[in-house]
Design a protein around this ligand. Structure first.
Ligand code: FES
Length: 120
């Protein structure tokens, strides 16, 4: 039995697009960690709903098919920078087959670049 891969495209905070092929059942936080995606500061609380650094923006069509956001997630999202109507916390979204071809976007950083990369 060959593992089915779901294709997910990530656009990071620099606007750089990465395409990943992942198995079902992982969260999007798992994907970012396992695939070593270059998204600085992502998933600071390791999926315990104690931060909003895993904030991702989804296409409306995919967003509407997802399980509803629970209160705890909503509370953290309220603190997220650049919240949109189709925002979710990546650690709360589990990859499913119907998400094949989905694009998720990391909010673009506008705050001051503290310890920014490229300075070394
Ligand atoms: Fe902290 Fe998702 S990683 S809330």
């Amino acid at each position: 039995l060959s593992e089915e891969k779901v294709i997910i495209h990530f656009i990071n905070q620099d606007g750089i697009r990465t395409t990943t092929a992942v198995t079902e059942g992982q969260t999007l936080l798992d994907v970012v960690v396992n695939k070593n995606l270059d998204i600085s500061g992502f998933g600071a609380c390791e999926g315990t709903l104690a931060c909003s650094t895993c904030h991702l923006i989804f296409d409306k069509t995919f967003y509407e098919k997802m399980e509803p956001t629970v209160d705890e997630e909503m509370d953290m999202l309220d603190l997220a920078y650049g919240l949109t109507k189709t925002s979710r916390l990546g650690c709360q979204v589990t990859v499913q087959k119907w998400m094949d071809g989905m694009t998720v976007q990391v909010p673009q950083e506008v705050r001051d670049a503290v310890g920014s990369k490229g300075s070394q």
